[in-house]
Design a protein around this ligand. Sequence first.
Ligand SMILES: C[C@H](O)[C@H](O)[C@@H](O)C(=O)CO
Ligand code: MN
Length: 420
Amino acid sequence: MMSELIKKAYEIAKEQYAAIGVDTEEAIAKMKDVNISLHCWQTDDVGGFETADGELSGGIQATGNYPGKATTIEQMRTDLEKVLTLLPGKQRLNLHAIYGDFQSEKVDRDEIEVKHFQSWIDWCKAQGIGMDFNATCFSHDRAADGFTLSSKNEENRKFWVEHVKRCRAISAEAGKQLGTPCVHNTWIPDGTKDTPIDRNGYRANLKKSLDEAMATEYPKEHMKDAVESKLFGIGVESMTVGSHDFYLGYAIKNDKLICLDNGHFHPTEQVGDKISAVLQFVDEILLHVTRPVRWDSDHVVTLNEDVQLIASEIMRNNFLDRVNIGLDFFDASINRIGAYVTGTRAAQKAFLIAALEPTKALVAIEEAGKNFERLAMLEELKTMPFSAVWDYYCLQEGVPTGMDYIGKIQQYEKDVLLKR
Ligand SMILES: C[C@H](O)[C@H](O)[C@@H](O)C(=O)CO
Ligand SMILES: [Mn+2]
């Protein structure tokens, strides 16, 4: 889009926002603290680099067969570098343990070490970004019966404890080398298709395993632990061991982060509503921003009301330093890089819209009991000239404005993705 036009539109928008007490420059400045952790698994449908044909298990699914999937570490990095050129602001990388550099040495998950991730740490350093990490407790023979950390098979349980231990050590080293804490997230698929009898036994096992895996303390400037809850998964409909109640309790008691994935709750529950609730009791949280369509389908994030409430709650309460923002979607049915960029930009837009809210004025109206006025203002705010501010922000950041990124991705598909 023409930069002169963008500047003109921005000047008008700036005045319109100023008329309702909003400083657009201040809103744009706040965006420098919105650092989204890019989930590497959107580039390869959560396949990983352990084997060429890694089968996804654990009750999650990437559907679709669009050409261009990353199948090597080099391809994934090329894709991520492309993504970074199309996003305003500063991002982070969110890596799963299955994405190690296993080209020269194939090891099992209870044997991974920093050396298998050193090239990723170096890559992050070269990009000037931080790194986050995840134990991969799925897509493995030892998870075939549906249980990992809560397993009653002691050999398997110990295997997964060792895996998580190692992932935490890798995270701490990554955070140390990169000078920014690495958030290590633990999500497990454990649960049962049909009604179990011994729910308590599995949950007691999970607690014991987490205690063992997290026994080593690392400095908070190097790594932070998060635990991710879930309501159900495919084939795990009747009981999920790591439920929200379980992990919220664990996080509060053990000073951990709770990870809230907005695909992991009943569809009528909103993660945006949970943020101010849980932050009364835990220091920090991790978010997995996604779009559940009828189930935890991990569709590409769009600028919908759920995502807007999440962003608004964070910005209204100045929670950015207590909320670690990650994404979690994997769509294999469309251009994967297009999915990545569209979804991340949608999340960023929600934060900029939130930054452009006249929050103090709205709170005053609310406290005066003027509920019609609150409703009307919220409705009017939806059609304020946000896109002029967004385009101006992208222009300042030197990234494509408006729809211009679509052409860049089409070109990348032609030049790179279709040649794979
Ligand atoms: C690949 C991710 O770790 C996974 O999606 C997990 O975070 C999750 O949300 C499972 O439903
Ligand atoms: Mn998730």
